[in-house]
Ligand binder design. Structure first.
Ligand code: RB5
Length: 150
């Protein structure tokens, strides 16, 4: 499985740890930056990883900023993206099971590296359950389509 990862300046160290961790688990990781501590704008990096997920360059994405919120909001502006901001593994698991999330986001200033690793691992390992959840995810896509037409 190919995983895309992106972050702003608040999350360079956490991103580097997560990249190493994912490699140790056998994932192919594509890094969309940023890679320095120089202040950058999180929407730029959210859009990069979101586009990579949307066009199937990667299968799933990870996006990290200070809170995980800003980069998640940016990701969700790309058509077909369901980015979920999670600070614990249970929500991350159900973001896959029930919501078919395709990007997980979290905050480097909110959670520690061990929690971040647990979140990413469960997110990548958990399948979408489909069934009644597919109908609800389709309803989210319908909202996107109705609003594109405006
Ligand atoms: C950057 O200072 C910070 O605003 C950003 O990392 C993120 O938390 C935004 O949501």
């Amino acid at each position: 499985m190919k995983v895309g990862i992106a972050n702003d300046h608040a999350a360079v160290e956490m991103k580097n740890e997560i990249v190493k961790y994912l490699a140790s688990l056998g994932y192919e990781v594509i890094n969309y930056g940023t890679d320095t501590n120089e202040s950058v704008d999180y929407p730029v990096y959210g859009e990069k990883v979101a586009n990579a997920v949307a066009d199937h360059t990667v299968d799933l994405g990870v996006a990290i900023c200070g809170t995980g919120v800003g980069i998640g909001l940016a990701c969700n502006k790309v058509r077909g993206i369901r980015a979920c901001t999670c600070s614990e593994p249970y929500s991350a698991e159900y973001s896959r099971r029930h919501n078919n999330a395709n990007i997980i986001t979290f905050g480097a200033r909110v959670i520690g590296i061990e929690t971040a690793k647990q979140i990413v691992k469960v997110f990548l390992e958990t399948p979408f359950e489909g069934g009644r959840h597919q109908r609800r995810v389709d309803m989210i896509t319908d909202i996107e389509k109705r609003n594109e037409a405006k």
